[in-house]
Design a protein around this ligand. Structure first.
Ligand code: NAD
Length: 449
């Protein structure tokens, strides 16, 4: 933390949760080094070299109000909590394609060549390790750069060795893993996922309900590495891995980065609900032409994504509490793979709403979006916040990071919180809590006494 941060936090230091200082380098391991991962890595290097700004990142550009409005204490989040600095990030990862990050970023076509050329040497130095991959779980991909093992257990051991070798080679003091791999087929939680004993047995017996992403999550947690999941696959969202995370005192988070259309949905839906405006239907359609779009063209992978995207409105609008406004609305989501668009997706939303006396109205949104540009700052914030959580002794599901996910993981006793503004308040209040600052309720009656 910088000097100004120490000053701002000094009042709170004695009260807050003890947090270890971020000493040494922070390893960032990414299973799946495709468009999102390389846009994130190239972006961090570009920011380090002052070639661009980390726009969209709360950890880099956000502020946090402390105390009463009259106190005028608004430090940056970076000053307020001890986060690792961008200069301390060291990258590694796995992919089924044996090409360096410069080549992948060029093929991805997200960042412009003139920017990539300026960070070329750095990106060329990053080459993925051979992946744990099985085409049964991502039908549209065919991998050559993959590990061979007799059992899933053996593959998990190989990943643990990779993590150990990465640590030794780079000398990092801490490591975080974020799944940036393709969306796997839809899997329902089963007996083998219910506890760690079953899961480890399943690894040894090659149980078909254990997907590659789960093997990475298991290996990470065994090695003391916090794990976040950027795709909608179950992955770490199973009781067995929650158990392992708690056992090893590690934070976990997921699922599915909240970018593009769902981000818009969680901005607009809370606004409609706040004004008690009714909804009769929400039709969302997308065209995109990147590899993610190609993978999602497979119905099994699309099903995983669809489930993730559909749950959002139900939870925000709460039809059981507001049957006159939100009972039986139609919600459809379509994604079409359309190669000419590359990563520059177009998402249309048609929203049928109704107001006073039931009079109908419509909202149309046409979002010309850049998926990986919206996802990269999320990866960065998750890396830094998961590392913070780890140093603050927070373990298990990190619900305060729901802000970043389409399908946030949540405790069995509650429903997931999807409203972006509640999620942001929860995130900032968690930071205030960590530093022993008063939580902000926005009551504010005292200003009018
Ligand atoms: N871009 C966004 O806005 C966004 C938003 C939410 C979620 N996501 C999810 O993030 C993930 C990455 O998106 P992307 O646009 O970078 O896709 P991408 O296809 O460019 O990258 C995914 C990479 O994962 C690799 N991969 C697949 N299975 C693997 C395995 N088992 N081990 C290691 N590597 C593996 C692929 O070879 C590919 O390089 C996808 O699951 C996507 O659904 C992206």
């Amino acid at each position: 933390m910088g000097a100004s941060g120490a000053k701002i936090g000094s009042k709170a230091m004695s009260k807050g949760i003890p947090i270890q200082e971020p000493k040494g380098k922070l390893g960032v391991l990414l299973p799946g080094m495709g468009a999102v991962a390389t846009t994130f890595i190239a972006g961090v290097e570009a920011v380090r070299r002052k070639l661009g700004l980390p726009i969209g990142s709360l950890t880099q550009m956000g502020t946090i109000r402390l105390g009463k409005r009259t106190e005028k204490r608004v430090p940056t989040i970076q000053q307020f909590v001890p986060l690792a600095s961008l200069d301390d990030l060291v990258f590694g990862g796995w992919d089924i394609r044996d090409e360096n990050c410069y080549e992948t970023a060029c093929h991805g076509g997200v960042l412009e060549r003139h920017l990539l050329e300026q960070v070329r040497g750095f990106l060329e130095g990053l080459r993925p390790m051979p992946a744990v991959f099985d085409q049964n779980y991502v039908r549209r991909l065919n991998g050559t750069h993959v590990k061979q093992g007799q059992t899933k257990w053996e593959l998990a051991q190989m990943l643990q060795e990779d993590i150990e070798n990465f640590r030794t080679r780079t000398g990092v003091s801490r490591t975080v893993m974020v799944w940036c791999g393709s969306t796997e087929i839809f899997l329902k939680p089963q007996e083998v996922h219910q506890n760690l004993e079953n899961f480890e047995g399943g690894l040894k017996e090659n149980h078909p309900a254990i997907a590659p992403s789960m093997i990475y999550a298991y290996a990470a947690l065994k090695m003391g590495v916090p794990f976040a999941n950027g795709a909608p696959n179950l992955t770490v969202d199973i009781p067995a891995l929650v158990e392992l995370a708690k056992q090893n005192s590690l934070p976990i988070a997921g699922k599915d980065f909240k970018t593009g259309q769902t981000l818009m949905k969680t901005i607009i839906a809370p606004g409609l609900k706040a004004r008690l405006i009714g909804l009769s239907g929400w039709f969302s359609t997308n065209i995109l032409g990147n590899r993610d779009g190609e993978v999602l063209d497979d119905p099994e992978s699309f099903k995983t994504k669809e489930e993730s995207k559909l749950s959002v409105l139900e939870h925000i609008l709460q039809p059981s509490l507001y049957p006159d406004l939100y009972k039986d609305f139609t919600h459809l989501v379509r994604i079409n793979y359309y190669p000419p668009r590359g990563d520059n997706k177009e998402g249309w939303d048609n929203i049928d709403i109704f107001g006073w006396l039931g009079y109908p109205m419509q909202i149309k949104i046409d979002f010309l979006c850049r998926d990986s540009i919206l996802a990269a700052p999320i990866v960065l914030d998750l890396v830094l916040f998961m590392d913070l959580a780890q140093r603050a002794g927070m373990r298990g599901i990190q619900e305060w990071l729901s802000f970043y996910f389409k399908s946030p993981m949540y405790a069995p006793a509650v429903y997931p919180e999807h409203d972006l503004f509640i999620q942001l308040m929860k995130l900032k209040n968690t930071l205030r809590y960590l530093r022993g600052e008063e939580l902000i309720t926005h009551l504010g009656l005292e200003y009018y006494d």
